[in-house]
Every structure is written in structure tokens, then in C-alpha cells.
Design a protein around this ligand. Structure first.
Ligand code: NDP
Length: 330
């Protein structure tokens, strides 16, 4: 079994030296257990704050811990009749090639319902995040203006497409012309602004003539400030992520507080792991939209577990294009 562990807590920007690759014996499945080999690993921004020794919504990692994460895995040996050899499951084995599971900690994946990797993206945690944060919390109404940050990413791409289905005007914000083109041409947003362009704020103002009713916020920092400068009265913010701060020496802070007050804005912060009961609702509706061709998704797949640290660091700085996965053994 090969594992990637956290070697030490990163100092600000995470580096490949913060990880270690270790070899151990394959675990043996006991009664009621199955040995699985990991096919795909999901790389997610939340893993970066978990590497810092600070108070959070989950216990932080300690040096030597296996990096956590959602995985898709295939049963290769089984002592559990409900998980025969060849069964493909979603589970949380983290950054390793093999693991032992019981039926209570896995979700069996229908291998005939499209690529199994989708259970780590649009039909998994990221899809549930988009659906819950937009529809249960921000509740946009038709014709409202919805702004989505990290718009070409795993969560953002789905958020914007759901908002389009609901009849909203949807403006994405992403890094670079290629990502912005994809967001408009492929995902069908009404507009997408490159936050790296020198006249970003001017372009944002032009794209939001009626101001911003809903902000699905993934990045924080100066991008958030710019959107708060365009916020409408009684707007709702779904505060999903703050990725610009995850590798920062000093938190950027919330400079646009006055806009929240002046415009009586409601901020809904949430962590999707606390709403597991909601996932089936979200995944069922997203599966339907996917089958009808109403939503699209893109995966960015790195090859081999050894590539996970590099792909993870790239994702945190915009190097990914779509949901970042690692092909561990598919
Ligand atoms: P993405 O696929 O969106 O990848 C991350 C993207 O963030 C990068 O591609 C990059 O896009 C953007 N980014 C990185 N640094 C910056 C920066 N300094 N300023 C602006 N954008 C930046 O990842 P996910 O879809 O998995 O996650 C998106 C957000 O959602 C994250 O903040 C994550 O923590 C959050 N999240 C929260 C959940 C919850 O339960 N609350 C659950 C899942 C995700 P670009 O090239 O456009 O800059």
C-alpha cells in the first residue's frame, strides 16, 4: 500500500516538501470487511486549511497523518457478502492506493450510470455543495443577478449552470481568458470576468447593471471586495470558500463590511459535510439535469498517486481546469 502523508505543517504556501510518500503492507480484510484498491482520489481545497494547526470545523492534521480525501475504489477481496469483488464504491480513504472498508462507510456506485469519477464531482460533494449553497441558502429568484467566483471550477461551474436553469442572469468570475471563454461558451453563463485583468472592476460593473442579488462566494480577498462594491439591497451571500486565504501568511480580512451593513446583506456560511442528509436530493436532481444535457462538467485528472502533491498545489493556485482528480489505479 502506498500512502501520501503530511510530513510537516506548511509555512504559508504549501510545497511538495510538506508531503511524504510511504510504503506499507497491504491491510487484510477481517469479517464483514472488504479490501479495495483506489481508482480515483478527489483533491479539494479544504485539505489545505486542515494542514494548519488551528481550530476549525474538523480536527487538523498532525505530521505523519495520511492526507484525507474522498475516493472511488473497487473491491478486490471481500469478506462482506454485500460488497462482492468488482463492486465500485465511494468512500473516504484519503491519499493512498488501498484500504479496508465496511458496508456502512461506503456508497455503492452504479457502474452503468456514466463515468464512476462523477461521484467525486458533479454527482458527489462538489455538486451537493453547489446545489445546497445556491438553492437552499441563497434562493435566487428568476431574473435576479447571480455572481459566482471560481466560476470555471468544480463547485462554481455547477452553481452557475443551476442558476441559469432557474432563470437568473449569471455572471462568473475566473482567472484568465481561456477559463472565462469556457464559462460563457460551454457552461452558458451570461458573462464571465477575468479578475486578473487591469480593468476587472470596470468590467464587473458593466456586467452587473442591476447590481448583484446573490453572490456564491468561493475565493474571498480583493475579488470579494470588488463584488461587495456592486452588492444590491437585501442580497444573499452563500459563503462557501475563501481560497485566496488558504495559503496566505496573513488573512486578508473583510474590508467590505460597510457594504454588508449599508445594503442589509444576509451571509449564509456553510460546510456541506454537515448536511449529509441533503446530498441524495442534490445528487438526484443533478443526475437528471446531467442526463437531459442541461449541465456539463469537466474533470482535470492527474496520473498516479505520486502526482497528488503537485496537482494539489496547482489547484490551489488556479492550475486546474475543472474538478481536480487523481487517477490512482483506474
Ligand atoms: P476549484 O475547482 O474551483 O479550484 C480552485 C480554484 O480557485 C482555482 O482553479 C482558481 O481558479 C481559484 N483560486 C485560487 N486562488 C485564487 C485567488 N487567490 N483568487 C481567486 N481565485 C482563486 O475548487 P472547488 O470547486 O473544489 O472549490 C471551490 C471553493 O469552494 C473553495 O474555496 C472550496 O474551499 C470551497 N468548497 C466549500 C465547501 C463547503 O462545504 N463550504 C465544499 C466544497 C468546496 P482561477 O484560475 O479562476 O483563479
Amino acid at each position: 500500500n502506498t500512502k501520501v502523508t503530511m510530513r510537516r505543517h506548511p509555512a504559508a504556501m504549501v510545497s511538495e516538501d510538506d508531503f511524504a510518500v510511504e510504503e506499507t503492507d497491504l491491510p487484510r480484510p477481517g469479517d464483514g470487511q472488504a479490501l479495495v484498491k483506489v481508482l480515483y482520489l478527489s483533491l479539494d481545497p479544504y485539505m489545505r486549511p486542515m494542514m494548519d494547526p488551528v481550530r476549525s470545523y474538523v480536527p487538523h492534521l498532525n505530521p505523519g497523518d495520511v492526507m484525507p480525501g474522498a475516493t472511488i475504489a473497487e473491491v478486490i477481496e471481500s469478506n462482506e457478502p454485500e460488497l462482492p469483488q468488482g463492486t465500485v464504491v465511494a468512500c473516504s480513504l484519503g491519499w493512498q492506493t488501498h484500504g479496508v472498508v465496511t458496508k456502512d462507510v461506503v456508497r455503492v456506485i452504479d457502474q452503468n450510470a456514466g463515468p464512476v469519477s462523477a461521484a467525486l464531482s458533479v454527482l458527489g460533494m462538489t455538486g451537493a455543495t453547489a446545489h445546497y449553497g445556491l438553492l437552499e441558502l441563497a434562493k435566487p429568484t428568476p431574473d435576479e443577478t447571480v455572481v459566482v467566483t471560481a466560476a470555471s471550477g468544480a463547485v462554481g461551474g455547477v452553481v452557475g449552470q443551476i442558476a441559469k436553469i432557474k432563470g437568473c442572469r449569471v455572471v462568473g468570475i475566473a482567472g484568465g481568458a481561456e477559463k472565462c471563454r469556457y464559462v460563457v461558451d460551454e457552461l452558458g453563463f451570461d458573462a464571465c470576468i477575468d479578475y486578473k485583468s487591469p480593468d476587472f472592476e470596470k468590467q464587473l460593473a458593466a456586467a452587473t447593471p442591476d447590481y448583484v442579488d446573490v453572490l456564491f462566494e468561493n475565493v474571498g480577498g480583493p475579488v470579494l471586495d470588488a463584488v461587495l462594491g456592486r452588492i444590491n439591497d437585501h442580497a444573499r451571500i452563500s459563503l462557501c470558500g475563501n481560497i485566496s486565504d488558504y495559503n496566505a501568511d496573513e488573512p486578508y480580512g473583510l474590508r467590505g463590511l460597510r457594504h454588508l451593513l449599508m445594503h442589509r446583506v444576509t451571509v449564509h456560511s456553510f460546510v456541506i459535510a454537515e448536511h449529509r442528509d441533503y446530498w441524495p436530493t442534490a445528487i438526484a436532481e443533478l443526475s437528471g439535469w446531467l442526463a437531459e444535457g442541461k449541465i456539463k462538467y469537466q474533470e482535470d485528472i492527474a496520473e498516479g498517486l505520486d502526482s497528488a502533491p503537485k496537482a494539489f498545489i496547482a489547484m490551489l493556485t488556479g492550475g486546474n481546469f475543472g474538478k481536480q482528480l487523481v487517477n490512482v489505479g483506474a
